[in-house]
Design a protein around this ligand. Structure first.
Ligand code: NDP
Ligand code: HSE
Length: 442
């Protein structure tokens, strides 16, 4: 009988420097210490943390972080180790420290989506020049292995779209509004109490955190450089309890989505990519509608694979540390056995479509004259602007003469939809354009 082979004791030793010992860094250090033998067996090298850079060396810390390793000399940590884990966040000094680490020959692991969305190409180039690895699984959707899936698992396929809930804070807020009827302000306060939202929640509620992740997703999915400035962004600050009630009345949930898709703004036009973050109606039977609380989910559609769904914890110390450590094992194994992380892939260089060219479905609610010919007049306006109607529902009677009509369109470019809405505003049968919402998910 064949016995399972025990892993050979690792003959190599690699040093690890950690930049930042906050929510994520603390858990990374704890797990690297507690599970040292397993990491050695998996990577082929004993991984020893030699330094932990923080801002305030004297601040109280979780006992998992050995006091004797703390230093405020981040440059020494970045330039004195085989593997450098950047968990400071933000642009500077993270960017300078990572570049210094590559220059010193280190492999770098980070969870810093803001930095990658702003300076990804520069970091990839520095890794290539150093001949070392650059990994960032934790930058998108925390514990969920989305970066690996797009960068490696989907390398044999042609991705057509990625639709995701990639910000836990905003999903928590919208979910509390939907399931408990809380106002935006109360839901945000609850998110802050639970530690999901920062004291300054701007990056989350304005959609900027999701936009950085959308840029990374789109770059990987479409082999095209996509930066933060290429993403059309709208956050959730303006969402009201009334918006949620209207979503429910339409059989939908309102979700903040990150969307990256191949599309043609017009038949015969060149293919481009649309990358955007905005609240959208999602039908309740769609898988993303049942993503509750601070959870994340990402739906990838590819030509051969079809639809793939990834779901899990998008934030938090231990879940994010799990993603960081998967990168640590891969980078360590490469240093022991050879091999490299995938390089930046930009060969497709697809054009990035502006906000007006994004193609999506819409739900438009109109207050109208409830009289013969009103529907025909409205349908005529949609036809004039080449926007195809998918469904029409007369949902509420305001009075004997007025009704609210809810129209859902087929996918149309924003520019055409805007023109149709302008036409509806001028149509005498339409008393008011009550709301316009994008609808995502078939
Ligand atoms: P925290 O704010 O909790 O921790 C940041 C750490 O960096 C602290 O230890 C801080 O030191 C240290 N630091 C800040 N500035 C400096 C500096 N100039 N020099 C040295 N050290 C510095 O951040 P998180 O752990 O939450 O996030 C880390 C990274 O992981 C970010 O890029 C974030 O986007 C990403 N990420 C976080 C997730 C999460 O759930 N928190 C999820 C996915 C990704 P001190 O302790 O002394 O203040
Ligand atoms: N602020 C982010 C969120 C943390 O709420 O999802 C993970 O990137």
């Amino acid at each position: 009988m064949v016995q399972p082979q025990s892993s050979a004791p690792s003959s190599r030793a690699l040093t690890v420097g950690v930049l930042g010992a906050g929510t994520v860094g603390t858990q990374v250090i704890r797990l690297l210490t507690e599970q040292a033998e397993e990491f050695a067996a998996r990577s082929g090298a004993l991984l020893t943390v030699t330094g932990v850079a923080v801002r305030d060396v004297e601040a109280p810390r979780d006992p998992a972080v050995p006091r004797e390793l703390l230093t405020d000399d981040a440059t020494a940590v970045a330039t004195g180790n085989d593997l450098v884990i950047e968990l400071i966040g933000g642009i500077e000094p993270a960017r300078t420290l990572i570049l210094a680490a590559f220059k010193a020959g280190a492999s770098v692991i980070t969870g810093n989506k803001a930095l990658i969305a702003a300076h990804g190409p520069e970091l990839y180039a520095a890794a290539a020049a150093a001949g070392t690895d650059f990994y960032y699984e934790a930058a998108v959707a925390g514990a969920i292995p989305v970066v690996y899936a797009l960068r490696e698992s989907m390398a044999g396929d042609r991705v057509t779209s990625v639709l995701g809930i990639v910000n836990g804070t905003t999903n928590y807020i919208l979910d509390e509004m939907s399931t408990k009827g809380l106002s935006f302000e109360r839901a945000l306060a609850a998110a802050q109490e639970l530690g999901y939202a920062e004291a300054d929640p701007t990056a989350d509620v304005e959609g900027l955190d999701a936009a950085a992740k959308a840029a990374i997703i789109a770059s990987l999915a479409f082999h095209t450089r996509v930066g933060l400035d290429d993403v059309t962004v709208e956050g959730i600050r303006e969402i009201t309890s009334q918006d949620i009630r209207e979503a429910h009345a339409s059989g939908c949930e309102l979700k903040l989505l990150a969307i990256a898709q191949r599309c043609r703004p017009e038949a015969g036009a060149a293919e481009g990519i649309s990358v955007r973050v905005h609240p959208a109606l999602v039908p309740t039977d769609h898988p993303l509608a049942s993503v509750h609380g601070a959870f994340n989910a990402v739906l990838v559609e590819a030509e051969s694979a079809g639809r793939l769904m990834f779901y899990g914890q998008g934030a938090g110390g231990a879940p994010t540390a799990s993603a960081v450590l998967s990168d640590v094992v891969a980078a360590a194994a490469h240093r022991v056995h050879g091999g490299q992380a995938p390089r930046e892939s930009t060969y497709a260089a697809l054009p990035i479509l502006g906000p007006g060219a994004a193609v999506t479905r819409y739900q438009i609610q109109l207050l109208v004259d409830d009289a013969p010919g009103s529907l025909a007049a409205m349908a005529g306006v949609f036809a004039d602007h080449a926007v195809s109607i998918n469904s029409v529902r007369q949902s509420a009677y305001v009075s004997q003469e007025q009704a609210v009509v809810t129209i859902v369109t087929h996918p149309a470019p924003v520019s055409r939809l805007d023109a149709a809405v302008e036409g509806l505003g001028a149509c005498e049968r339409v008393l008011e354009v009550v709301s316009i919402r994008r609808v995502e998910g078939e």
